[in-house]
Structure formats: structure tokens, C-alpha cells
Write a protein that binds this ligand. Structure first.
Ligand code: ACO
Length: 435
């Protein structure tokens, strides 16, 4: 029998159905709550609110499990590549080799930016943050591709998907080249996706350039590990914007901005800045852990804590190992790694961190890897955005195909002033406006 939940409002009992997930999760379906009780819910930060049903990603924060379309993240990080993982997320199953090549070819054909896009870069200040550029230029793509704005036309959506997956690395690499005054490097379509990104970032017209294979492989892994994470802040933003039937470029541009914040994707930049600060301050790790522990002090250890994970983030586990492997293979000793390891060792035995269930998240080790690859700190969140793009697209597409989906429009509990009358300006007294 279907499970139901009873709500008693001042003696009037109303029943609500319970939705069952495939992994045992249960959600009370309150979609008719207001209609039947006159009440709404109050849930700041949507901590208890399921806004959709989704087939894409399963995440168990207590057990540290993450699966894309049922496949464990560990297997994908080990055996897949980024475009194959993107296909899996967007289309729901792993591609056959024919499907994969068609997908890869379509993306490869769209890697160049319209020449006029370059003129946007002339207008940006040299020191502009690359996340601002990424979002602005992604939004601007909608001005160049007005033939593909209709979110209900599968052909138009498909071409937008290819364009976004193909062009985001080019947009990102151009923002870096602009910041250092080097010429833009056109994409080279004979190169694989990640290798091509290194080429656009670090090659110059005057010299030959080869990517170190382990670095290209590690970037694939990083992109795969970031590719989706169900209803995080930026994905929820992409869904919310898309629910108004805004086109895919506009929805993704909004997702980039949501990701930029230091409590979300921007944490990877903050982690590295934090490690550098501790290093410059003599490496006194205890002092910073103590500051984070002090409830009167707003200081937080970036790269620690997660809304869903109440155990070790499985992505951080893979990246910690990758850090050891990559730094050993390229023969790099980074003192920041020693500091990161010390912080982790202290935090994992500390009462405050254990009771608050604060463990390293994906951002804790990713920055060290990006740094080892030669990426400047302010590009870290951009790398996260390139990785997260398939997830944003998959969720936007899933939402558009869901007949139950409505425009996203939360309610509020109004706590402001009750009715009062307009007062002419010459009759107003200072300070009266808030009374
Ligand atoms: N350092 C110190 N204390 C922390 C930290 C931290 N990194 N994270 C949470 N806390 C404390 C908070 O002060 C709070 O304490 P209180 O109960 O005494 O008020 C408690 O733990 C709960 O924290 P919230 O912010 O309420 O938890 P929430 O689930 O809303 O936030 C978040 C999760 C935003 C990730 C938080 O842990 C944080 O700010 N971490 C640092 C930033 C970071 O690394 N973000 C990346 C997350 S992963 C990602 O987005 C890709």
C-alpha cells in the first residue's frame, strides 16, 4: 500500500502521499499543501526540500557514495573520459563507440568562437576575474546563436549543447590569455578535449608545446569528478532559470555565477589562498584550526564541510591519492601539500570537526592539483565550471522533458509592515520610515 503522512492542523487532519526513490529515500509530496491547508512550508536554504525527482545522480552523504546514472564515481574516474561521462549524464547511458564518435565529432566541430566574440575581450579589464568573463561570454553566445533559443525544440537544444561543451574551454583559455597579454590560441581539433584545453591555455605561436600525459589524464579525472552533484547551488540555479524557459546559454551563464561564490565552487580558489596564507604565516596550522573551531570567530576552513556529505567526500578521497601520484611523477614538492595534510590530520581527530561532521570536500585537494598543472589560482573555479557543465545540461534537459515541472517560484512568509498609507515628502519626518 502507498505510504501516506498525516498533518494535523488545529484538529483537521490532511493526508499527503509519500514519493519513494529507488534507493529508499522518501519525500512527502506537499505539492497540494497550500491548496488543502492554506499553509506553506518554511525551509531556509532548502535543507529539507526536494524540488524535483531526478534520474541523473545518486548521492549518499552518510556513506560517501556518488554515482552518475548508477555508475560509481570511482569507476568513471578510473576508466572513463570526460566526454564519455558527459554523454552518460546527458543521455542516460554509456555510448557505444559509434555514438561516442558522433558526439565527440559534433563537439569538436564547434570549438572555435565567432571572431566577433574576441572583441568582448578587448573591453574587459586585464585583471577581470575569469569567472566573470566566463559567464558574460557564455551569456553573449545567445546573441550569436539566435537560431537555437527554443528550449522545446530538440534540434535547437542539441546544437546548443554541442556549442556549450565545445566553446567553454575556448572562452576560459581566452580569458587567461587576455589576463597575461598573450595572443589567443585557436583550438586544435586533432587534440583530445583536455589536451586541447592545455594547448589553448599554455602554448604560444612562437614555440612548440607538448602536454605532459599525466597532467592531461589528471584533468580528465578532475572534470569527471566535478561533472555532476545533483541539486547543488549552481545546478539548482540552472534549473530555476531554465524553468522560465530561458535558453540554455542564459541558464548556464547563471549557473556559472552561482558557482563563483566562495561557499560553492569558489572554495577551490579560497583553499589555495588559505594554504598560502598559512605558509606565509610560518606554517602554524594549529592557529588556523583553532580560529575555525572558535564559534565567536566567523573564520572557516575552506575545503571543509558540505551540506550533504557528513563523511569523507568520495571525490576528495580520489583527489588526495591523485595529488600523491601526480606530484611524485612530476617530481614536485609543494609545501602547501604538507600544510593541507597537517590540517586534515588535525581536523579528522578534532572534537569540533567530528561533531559538526566537517570533512574535506572536493575543493580541498583540487587546487593543489590545478596549481601543479600550472593553472593560476583565479582559474580554479573556471575549471570547476567546465567540469560541471555536463551536469548543468543534463539537469536542464531533464527538467524540460518533465511534464510535472512548473516555473520555479518559491513562497515566502511575509514578516514586514502591515498596511499603511503613503505620506507626501514634505510631511515626512526622519526615521519614521521604518516605524
Ligand atoms: N570551517 C569551520 N566551521 C564550519 C565550516 C568550515 N569549513 N563549515 C561549516 N562550519 C560550521 C558552521 O560555522 C556551523 O556552525 P554552527 O552550527 O556553530 O553555526 C556548522 O558548521 C554548520 O555550517 P553551515 O554553514 O550551517 O552548514 P551548511 O550545510 O549550510 O554549509 C558549507 C555547508 C557552505 C559547504 C560550509 O560547510 C562551508 O562554508 N564550508 C567552507 C566552504 C567550502 O569549502 N565550500 C565548498 C563546498 S563543496 C562545493 O560546493 C563544491
Amino acid at each position: 500500500m502507498d505510504k501516506r503522512v498525516k498533518l494535523d492542523v488545529n484538529g483537521t487532519v490532511t493526508e499527503f502521499p509519500v514519493i519513494q526513490g529507488t534507493q529508499g529515500e522518501q519525500g512527502i509530496d506537499i505539492s497540494r499543501l497550500r491548496e488543502r491547508t492554506g499553509m506553506t512550508t518554511f525551509d531556509p536554504g532548502y535543507v529539507n526540500t526536494g524540488a524535483c525527482a531526478s534520474h541523473i545522480t545518486y548521492l549518499d552523504g552518510d556513506q560517501g557514495i556518488l554515482r552518475y546514472r548508477g555508475i560509481p564515481i570511482e569507476q568513471l574516474a578510473d576508466r572513463s573520459n570526460f566526454l564519455e561521462t558527459a554523454y552518460l549524464l546527458i543521455h542516460g547511458s554509456l555510448p557505444t563507440s559509434g555514438e561516442f564518435h558522433t558526439f565527440q565529432d559534433a563537439i569538436t566541430r564547434h570549438t572555435m568562437l565567432h571572431e566577433d566574440v574576441k572583441r568582448f575581450y578587448d573591453g574587459f579589464p586585464k585583471d577581470a576575474h575569469p569567472m566573470a568573463i566566463l559567464s558574460a561570454v557564455t551569456g553573449a553566445l545567445s546573441t550569436f546563436y539566435q537560431d537555437s533559443h527554443d528550449p522545446t525544440d530538440p534540434e535547437q537544444v542539441n546544437i546548443s549543447i554541442y556549442r556549450l561543451l565545445a566553446k567553454l574551454p575556448t572562452i576560459a583559455a581566452y580569458s587567461y590569455k587576455k589576463s597575461i597579454g598573450q595572443p589567443f590560441v585557436y583550438p586544435k581539433n586533432s587534440l583530445e578535449y583536455c589536451t586541447n584545453f592545455f594547448h589553448m591555455m599554455f602554448s604560444v605561436p612562437t614555440e612548440s608545446y607538448n602536454v605532459t600525459p599525466i597532467l592531461a589524464k589528471t584533468l580528465q579525472r578532475l572534470f569527471i569528478l566535478h561533472a555532476d552533484h545533483e541539486q547543488n547551488c549552481s545546478t539548482a540555479t540552472v534549473r530555476l532559470v531554465g524553468s522560465s524557459y530561458a535558453n540554455l546559454f542564459a541558464s548556464v551563464a547563471a549557473g556559472v555565477y552561482a558557482l563563483w561564490g566562495p561557499r560553492h565552487g569558489g572554495a577551490n580558489q579560497k583553499v589555495l589562498e588559505m594554504l598560502e596564507q598559512i605558509h606565509a604565516d610560518g606554517g602554524n596550522v594549529d592557529k588556523y584550526v583553532e580560529m575555525a573551531r572558535d564559534r565567536q570567530n566567523p573564520y572557516r576552513l575552506y575545503g571543509f564541510g558540505h551540506r550533504i556529505y557528513k563523511s569523507y567526500d568520495p571525490r576528495a578521497k580520489i583527489l588526495k591519492q591523485a595529488c600523491d601520484d601526480v606530484l611524485a611523477e612530476i617530481g614536485l614538492h609543494d609545501p602547501l601539500v604538507d600544510i593541507a595534510r597537517q590540517i586534515e590530520a588535525i581536523a579528522l581527530q578534532d572534537d569540533f570537526f567530528l561533531t559538526q561532521q566537517l570533512y574535506p570536500n572536493v575543493d580541498f585537494y583540487s587546487g593543489i592539483l590545478y596549481k601543479a598543472m600550472g593553472f593560476p589560482t583565479n582559474m580554479f573555479t573556471v575549471l570547476f565550471a567546465i567540469g560541471r557543465l555536463p551536469g548543468w545540461i543534463a539537469h536542464w534537459k531533464e527538467m524540460m522533458a518533465d511534464s510535472r515541472v512548473k516555473i520555479g517560484r518559491p513562497r515566502q512568509i511575509y514578516t514586514g509592515l502591515r498596511h499603511r498609507d503613503y505620506v507626501d515628502i514634505h510631511e515626512r519626518t526622519a526615521g519614521a520610515s521604518s516605524s
